[in-house]
Design a protein around this ligand. Structure first.
Ligand SMILES: [Zn+2]
Length: 415
């Protein structure tokens, strides 16, 4: 049985974790930073040493192709991203790229010739960045962001995106006549990522197969009451916009628990926000996430009904503006069933999970069969220096993906 080399993976996690490491032990490696450039160069060098065909596309995505028996066949694509949030960890994104590299090395060491080329990808700027464009590389590759969306973008740091892209070996001008992945260019895409939550830790399983990436829905809600003197206005005469908002927020929390989805009010403004004035207006944003659109809409409708009731009971008015209504993205059933079969035959304990965070796989799913595997995040922590995943879990997941890749290579031979 072919297995990965856990100490080699661990060494690379540590090595890359030092690129951009700050004094608190966190990783500061936002896309286009000096640390990002250094990590890219280090990665490219590792890839070239393995005789892979390395290319950088116009947005700076790095690809490395291992030849297949039939080189014209669409590649099996594996990877993630190597940029980090400020003061992030060593695992988010980076792990998916290092596991892709490990799988290529396993194939090399055992001189396995696959039918399809196997291709590693490291996507540009997956994390939020000063240009306001997260998942930049995967959205550009899949044609969702085009030349005209990008060429005039200037970051909060006053740095033009086109200059930043040049620093990482891309060139937006090369996209002028259009750039996106050719239809059928990939057999599938598989991304390994840390879970970034508590569900796997609580279940004690090393592997989760992702069923879908949740839909995200956001409403901006303005509640209009009546501002008045906080001393002279008796309780029964008030139209307090904040008290109505507080009722609504509590209701949102309860309803999301009841419906088994997640919902958050993470942003709120109070007007005029003064100690002796009854709040005349509040503006808040409610965000709902779930794998099922029906559950999102059901929860939204309950929230809207609650708002009507509050208007009646608290004498306020309300204006609802929808800001975002992003569909859930299912992962590919063929990829999922290959993964399940591998887990069952190898007697690996695993669970099926929705991803509540967005990933590059969200976008790849629009052009190829996309699948994701999660490994546990210790204490559910991510986007912080404490990010940690046990190497045994990483090794288990790597071997599972390796076997899945071989099966997909065989079964999708004619594709
Ligand atoms: Zn990530």
């Amino acid at each position: 049985m072919i297995t990965c080399n856990p100490s080699r993976i661990l060494q690379r996690i540590e090595d890359f974790g030092k690129i951009g490491q700050n004094e608190r032990g966190g990783v500061d490696r936002p896309s286009f930073s000096l640390a990002d450039v250094e990590a890219r160069q280090t990665l490219i060098q590792l890839l070239q040493e393995r005789q892979l065909q390395v290319t950088v596309d116009p947005i700076g995505n790095i690809f490395a192709k291992r030849k297949g028996k039939y080189d014209a066949k669409p590649s099996i694509l594996l990877g993630s991203h190597i940029d980090s949030v400020p003061n992030g960890g060593k695992y988010d994104g980076m792990l998916g790229v290092l596991v892709a590299l490990e799988i290529i090395e396993m194939l090399d060491e055992h001189q396995i010739e696959t039918n399809h080329p196997i291709e590693l990808v490291s996507f540009t700027a997956e994390e939020p960045n000063p240009y306001g464009l997260s998942t930049l590389g995967s959205r550009t590759l899949t044609g969702k962001l085009r030349y005209e969306h990008l060429i005039d973008v200037v970051g909060r740091n006053q740095d033009a995106l086109k200059d930043a892209v040049l620093r990482v070996g891309g060139d937006l001008e090369a996209m002028k006549e259009g750039y996106s992945v050719a239809p059928g260019a990939y057999t599938c895409f598989i991304e390994l990522h840390i879970e970034q939550g508590m569900r796997m830790v609580k279940s004690g399983v090393p592997i989760a197969i992702v069923t879908d990436i949740v839909g995200i829905y956001r409403d901006h809600i303005k509640i209009i009451g009546e501002l008045n003197h906080a001393g002279t206005t008796m309780m029964e005469d008030r139209k307090d916009a904040l008290v109505a908002a507080a009722d609504l927020i509590t209701f949102i929390d309860q309803t999301c628990r009841k419906n088994g989805i997640v919902g958050t009010v993470g942003q709120m403004d109070i007007f005029p926000n003064a100690v002796n004035i009854i709040p005349g207006q509040t503006e808040l944003v409610v965000e709902l996430r779930a794998g099922s659109k029906e559950k999102i809409y059901q929860t939204r409708d309950e929230i809207h009904r609650k708002l009507s009731e509050l208007k009646e009971r608290r004498g306020v008015d309300a204006v609802i503006t929808n800001m975002l209504d992003q569909d859930p993205v299912p992962m590919d059933p063929d990829v999922i069933s290959h993964m399940q079969n591998v887990c069952e035959q190898k007697k690996l304990s695993y669970m099926m999970l929705s991803s509540f965070a967005g990933h590059d796989a969200t976008h790849l799913a629009s052009v190829t069969k996309a699948g994701m595997v999660f490994v546990p995040s210790k204490d559910g922590k991510s986007h912080c220096p404490e990010e940690y995943t046990d190497i045994r879990d990483i090794a288990t997941a790597t071997d599972m993906i390796f076997e899945t890749v071989l099966r997909i290579d065989q079964s999708m031979e004619r594709s």
